[in-house]
Design a protein around this ligand. Sequence first.
Ligand code: X8Z
Ligand code: ZN
Length: 604
Amino acid sequence: MKKQLKKSFIALCIAATIVGCNTTPATTTSLTQQDAEQFLNNVEQELIALNLAGARAAWINANFITHDTNALAANADQKSTEAGVRFAMEAAKFDNVDVTEDQRRKLNILKQSLVMPAPQNAEKSARLATLGSQLNSMYGRGSYTTNSGETLSLGDMTSTMATSRDYDELLEMWQGWREVSPEMKPLFTEQSALANEGAKGLGYRDLGTMWRSNYDMPADEFAKELDRLWLQVKPLYEDLHCYVKDKLAEQYGEDKVPSDQPIPAHLLGNMWAQTWGNIYDVVAPENTDPGYDVTKQLAAHQYDEIKMVKGAEHFFTSLGFEPLPETFWERSLFTKPKDRDVVCHASAWNLDAKDDIRIKMCIQKTGEEFNVIHHELGHNFYQRAYKNQPTLYQGSANDGFHEAIGDTIALSVTPKYLKEIGLIDSIPDESKDIGLLMKMALDKVAFIPFGLLVDQWRWKVYSGEITPENYNTAWWELREKYQGIAAPVARPDNAFDPGAKYHVPGGVPYSRYFLAHIQQFEFHKALCEIAGNTDPIHRCSIYNNKEAGKALNEVLEMGQSKPWQQAYKVLTGSEQMDATAILDYFAPLHKWLKKKNQGKSCGI
Ligand code: X8Z
Ligand code: ZN
């Protein structure tokens, strides 16, 4: 994701900024291990300088969206994509050469790391780059003008979605933001066709298969893994969904939220209904309220945006990580500028593959955003931890790892921790556990089917199963199938609702977030064990624990030098992802939900 790539992973970063290398081996048959070594060395050398140039163009574009910066970023993107395609083709020439394990891994990384591969045709690669830049800029510049003439940013609308309990106002925001995406549809359609052609040129069935090939296992097996993990979590999700629907019916009326229908998508506290923590007040279990609200506590303790970031940094340094460099504070974007368009969607960057790490985020002073800051810093600390790896290994074990690290840390932002840093005065006792778990489940459990369906949709688009005429209906079919939610009103014929979610115009694969939501609970459990925790797992905080920090760092430092299964084993003892940790974490809540749902007909 070039631009946003910086935000979440480096494999993309690498792909985004690759530039030409003149080491094309002469013939396939005569290739040797030495040729592979020379090829890889040259690629890695060139990548360092070239990545920097590409990342700078993307950074400037995302911080100042204009006609010209779009063109500059598209240009850089075209160069890096073309080089990435060329490298992938060259790497494939070693397919039948007897290379070392390490060389094979690097060659495979080169073959798979592009997210939007271009066809080998200068006109088409230029077009693909322009489409990516235009789609990104449409999203970044998106706004909605209300009937009364007020222009609202996505940030403004996000706040209303979180706090308003007025059905019609929520509906207006929900519909309003979706006006930004119909014009994206022809561009997205063309982009998909070109990138698909690029993926086929690299030997993949389609782009979705290429994306799924990035997990140290066959593409089809990876898809099955996701299904397996989802089926583990589904019963918990269904019980949460059932309980929440009931509470929403109490709040808005059964005519608005009928018990035998999916939940209307605008009532869940979030523009995409992907996390529901903002409606905690609506669904809060009786008598178990933990008694504090992080948003209010931040305000009460005069936290501004910088203090929030410093607070998150402090957690990492308490584990033994070095503080962020001075340049992080000088070069990051923390607040939404008033005078220009920026891509506000939060991202973390590493410009020079060493210490020039930054975040770019239009921070809102809420508990939710405090979590997002931990998420972003997780990316930055990861990037810095693997900076001494060879360039091609500067990435996460799999892309779920990159997304999971900051979230893992945020799971340690418990009442005990909040008290230690002075944000709250007392720790709620055990009788409040259901409330604490409910708040967490509304964010973490609710997210899981959304995390899955975004790429279920894209994979089907890329395979041709979903055609442009069906983009929107297929999207809502998946939203209903996995999340049990529905559009609150009939969607207009030109609607392109997937485009209203950043990662679709942004060209950022989404399965990584699904993985991260499974992985972070396994990581949290493992780190809590290392820290000698004796509290229930949802009350465990690894704050200040250097042993846990050391164990975490060990995995981060590995980058993508080994198959992810090995990195996973270092921390969790297992080579397989498993949803048991998240299920155990929420077991008391699940028991409580089942009781509450007795006699109701639940299920999606
Ligand atoms: O995009 C993000 C991060 C940046 S990698 C803010 N997330 C997904 C989203 O917002 O949809 C984090 C969780 C899911
Ligand atoms: Zn992220």
